[in-house]
Design a protein around this ligand. Structure first.
Ligand code: UP5
Ligand code: MG
Length: 346
C-alpha cells in the first residue's frame, strides 16, 4: 500500500445539498489547548467536555475544536461554521454517530444540507484490514482469547460460528440449513459463511472505523479458503494464522464444562466427537497449507488462560495500538481470565 496511513480516529464529514466546503472533508483529533467551556468544564488535550474532539485537518474552520460534544445540549455538534448554520446530532454516545444522517438545524439559510460522518472517505474504497485467522479444535479457547483481545486490545473479534448462530436465530431463509449443518458438526456452505464474514467486516470498518480483525474459526476448510480468495482476491497477502493446539481430552473436558450453561445444540459428547472429526478431516489441511507458507504462529492452548492470553497478546503486538496494549486488565478481562469471579446472578 502506498497511501500514507491515517491517524487513528480520523473522521470524514460529508456534506451534500448545500455548498459548505468548510465542513466537507477530513477532520483529525483536536490539538486545541485546554480551555474552560461554556458549561464550565475544563477540557484536556484532544477532548472537550470529557469526550474526544476534532479539528478540520486543513484548519479552515472558525473554531477549534470544530467537532465536539456539547454538555448543555447533550449532543454532538459541528460548531458555528459560517455564522449562520449549526449542525447538531442529539446523542450521548462517546463518539459522534457515523453513517447516519445528522439532524441539521438551519438558522435562516435554506436549504439545510445533509451531513454524514464517516470513518473512511466514502469516495474511496475501504482500506485493507489487518486480519489474523484463529484456528483450533472445538473448545481450544478461540472464543475466550479473541474476546479478551477485543475488550483489552481493541481488535474486532468475528467468530464465524457466532455469526452463523446469529443468522440462524434471526430466522432468515438460510436458518434451517444452518441448523442442520451445526447440529451435525459439519461445515456450513461457503456462500453463507463468507458472505456473513465480509458483511460483518465491512460494517465494523464503516461504523466503528475498525481495521484489526481476528477471524475465530475461519478458514475451516480448503473450500473456505476458496471463498476467501473469491472475496478478497488471490493476489493479496494472506493473513497470519494463530493455531490453538490442544489435546482431545482437554477439549472434551472444556466443552462438557461449558455445556452446563452454553445452551449450544452442539455442546454434547456426540456432536463434540463429530466436530473434532470435521476439524481433523477438513480444517487440518488449511493449517498445513499455512504451515507450508510459514504463516502459522503455534499457541499451546492447553495451558491456563493467562499463559495463553500472554502468547496471543505478543503475537498481535506489531498491529496493536501501544496505548491499549499498555492498559491494565479491565475487571471484565480479569473475569474472562479466571482471575476474578463473575458476579453472582440473582
Ligand atoms: N477455556 C478456554 N480457554 C481455556 C484455558 N486456557 N484453560 C481452561 N479453560 C479454558 O472455550 C471453551 C471452554 O473452555 C470455555 O468454557 C472456556 O471458558 C474454557 P471457548 O473459548 O469457547 O473455545 P472455542 O475454541 O471458541 O470453542 P468452540 O466450541 O466455540 O469451537 P468450535 O470451533 O467447535 O465452534 P464454533 O462456534 O467456531 O463453530 C460451531 C459450528 O459452526 C461448527 O461445528 C460448524 O458446524 C459451524 N461453522 C461453520 O460451518 N463454518 C465456520 O466457519 C464456523 C463454524
Ligand atoms: Mg467459539
Amino acid at each position: 500500500m502506498t497511501s500514507k496511513a491515517l491517524k487513528p480516529n480520523t473522521l470524514f464529514i460529508e456534506v451534500s445539498g448545500a455548498g459548505l466546503p468548510e465542513v466537507d472533508g477530513l477532520f483529525v483529533p483536536s490539538t486545541a489547548p485546554p480551555v474552560e467551556s461554556e458549561s464550565g468544564t475544563v477540557s484536556s488535550l484532544g477532548y472537550w467536555n470529557g469526550k474526544m474532539a476534532w479539528d478540520r485537518a486543513d484548519n479552515k474552520c472558525e473554531r477549534s475544536p470544530a467537532l465536539s460534544y456539547s454538555n448543555s445540549y447533550t449532543s454532538w455538534r459541528i460548531c458555528r461554521l459560517d455564522g449562520h448554520l449549526a449542525y447538531d446530532i442529539t446523542s450521548e454516545d462517546a463518539l459522534p454517530p457515523t453513517n447516519a444522517e445528522w439532524h441539521v438545524y438551519k438558522k435562516g439559510v435554506a436549504p439545510a444540507p445533509s451531513v454524514v460522518i464517516h470513518h473512511f472517505d466514502p469516495r474511496k474504497p475501504l482500506p485493507r484490514p489487518t486480519v489474523y485467522f484463529v484456528l483450533g479444535g472445538p473448545g481450544s479457547g478461540k472464543g475466550t482469547m479473541c474476546t479478551l483481545a477485543a475488550n483489552q486490545l481493541g481488535w474486532t473479534h468475528l467468530s464465524t460460528g457466532d455469526l452463523l448462530r446469529a443468522e440462524r436465530a434471526a430466522g432468515g431463509e438460510t436458518a434451517a440449513e444452518i441448523e442442520r449443518y451445526i447440529t451435525a458438526g459439519e461445515l456450513v456452505p461457503n456462500e453463507i459463511t463468507v458472505t456473513l464474514l465480509k458483511k460483518a467486516m465491512d460494517q465494523a470498518m464503516r461504523l466503528q472505523g475498525k481495521t484489526n480483525f481476528l477471524l475465530d474459526g475461519f478458514p475451516r476448510s480448503l473450500d473456505n479458503m476458496e471463498g476467501w480468495y473469491q472475496v478478497f482476491g488471490r493476489e493479496a497477502e494472506l493473513p497470519t494464522m494463530l493455531h490453538f493446539e490442544c489435546p482431545y481430552p482437554v477439549l472434551e473436558q472444556r466443552i462438557l464444562g461449558r455445556a452446563k450453561y452454553s445452551n449450544r445444540s452442539d455442546d454434547n459428547v456426540a456432536s463434540m466427537k463429530l466436530r473434532f472429526d470435521t476439524f481433523k478431516a477438513k480444517t487440518l489441511p488449511t493449517l498445513e497449507l499455512f504451515q507450508g507458507l510459514n504463516k502459522v504462529i503455534e499457541v499451546d492452548a492447553s495451558l491456563g488462560r493467562e499463559a495463553v492470553y500472554a502468547m496471543v497478546k505478543e503475537s498481535l503486538q506489531a498491529h496493536t495500538d501501544p496505548e491499549l496494549a499498555a492498559q491494565p486488565l479491565t475487571e471484565l478481562s480479569e473475569m474472562q481470565l479466571g482471575l476474578r469471579p463473575y458476579p453472582m446472578r440473582g
